[in-house]
Design a protein around this ligand. Sequence first.
Ligand SMILES: [Mg+2]
Length: 372
Amino acid sequence: MKIERIEVFPVRLPMKAVLTLPRGPSRTLDEGKRVALVKITDADGNVGWGESGPSRRWSAETLESCLTSIREYLAPALIRHDVFDIAGAHAKMNTELATGLDPGQPIAKCAIDVALHDLVCRRLGIPLQAWLGAKRLDRVKLARLVSAATPEDAARITKQGLAEGYEGFKVKVGHHKAIDAELVKAVKEAAPDSYVWPDANQAYSLEEAMRMAKTFEKLGVTLFEQPVPMTDFYGMRKLLSATSMTIALDEAAMGIPLVVELIRREAVEGLAIKVSKVGGIHYARQMCDLALNAGLKLIGSGLQDAPIGFAASVHLFAAYGIAEPVDLNGPQFIAEDYLKTPFPVERQAALVPTGPGLGIEIDETKITRYAL
Ligand SMILES: [Mg+2]
C-alpha cells in the first residue's frame, strides 16, 4: 500500500511554564511549544500522524528547519513509497538528508517515522505497543522535572510533586553550579523514597563532574545523566570507573553507530532514550534492543513532547519495560494541545493506549486554532 499524501501543519501550543537549561530557556512563553504536525494518507485513505517538536537549545533543529526539510526533501521522496517499508522510508530520508554523528535532522525525520507507524498500526487495528512485539508494562510512570534556582524552591516543587503522585524527580543541574549539590540534596530529603537523578545537559568539565559524582553518590543518587560534553568520551569512561553510579548518556546517544563506539570503548552504562532525537520509533527500538543486549540501563526521556511524541514514547517505554519514572514532561509545560480527549494519566502514570496506532485522536479544528 502506497503513501498518497504527506501534509505538514505548523502549530504553536500555549505554554504554562518555562524550562531553563544551562544554555538558557528551552523556549519562552512567547514562542510557545512549536510543533510541525505531519499527516500521512495512504492510497486507501488510511491516516497516520507524527510530529516534530524541536528544542533549539538542546539540539540544532528548529521548527523552521523541520518544516523545510519535511516539505522540500523528505515528503517528496516518499510519495508512492510502501507504507509497510519503514526501514526503506528511512533509507530514502537518509539519502535526501545525510546522516552523521546523529541520524541527520532526526527530529524532522521522526515526524514521518511516527506517522508511518501510526498509519500501519491503524491499518492493522493494533496499538503501537503490539507492533513493537512486547507488552512489558501497561502504564508508564512520569517523573517531575525539578528546575529550581534555590534549594528551597527545589524542596517546594518536590513536595508539591509528591502530593500530586509523582514517584520520580529529575533535577536539572549545571545552571547554578555553586548550589547544584544543595539542589539535589533538597530533592532527596523532600522525597527520600523516590527515584531522583540529576541531569547536567553536558554542563560540567571532567573535574567538576568527578567532584559532583562523589557528592551525589553520598546523597544516595544512583544515576547521573550526561555530566560532560557529548564529545568527551575520555571523561565519560573516567567517570564510570570513578563512581558506582550509572552514568547515563543523553546528548551523546543520538545515533546507533556512536553508541556502538561508546560500548566498544567501555564508556557507557546507561542510555536516555528519546524517540525524537534518534529519528523516530524505528531507530529508538533498535537502540533499546542494543542497550538491553549490551546490559545497559535504559531511562525514558523526551523533549517536552506534545501528545503525539508523548504517546509514541509511552508505547515504546512500555514495550521495553522502563519501570522507573520517565522524563516525559510535556504536560508540565504545555497548557493546551490538539487532542479530542486528554491523554489518560492516573496518579502521574500514563496509561498505554489500547486503541489502534498511537491510540489518540487528533482534533483538526484545534490544529486550525493553533496554526502558525
Ligand atoms: Mg537529558
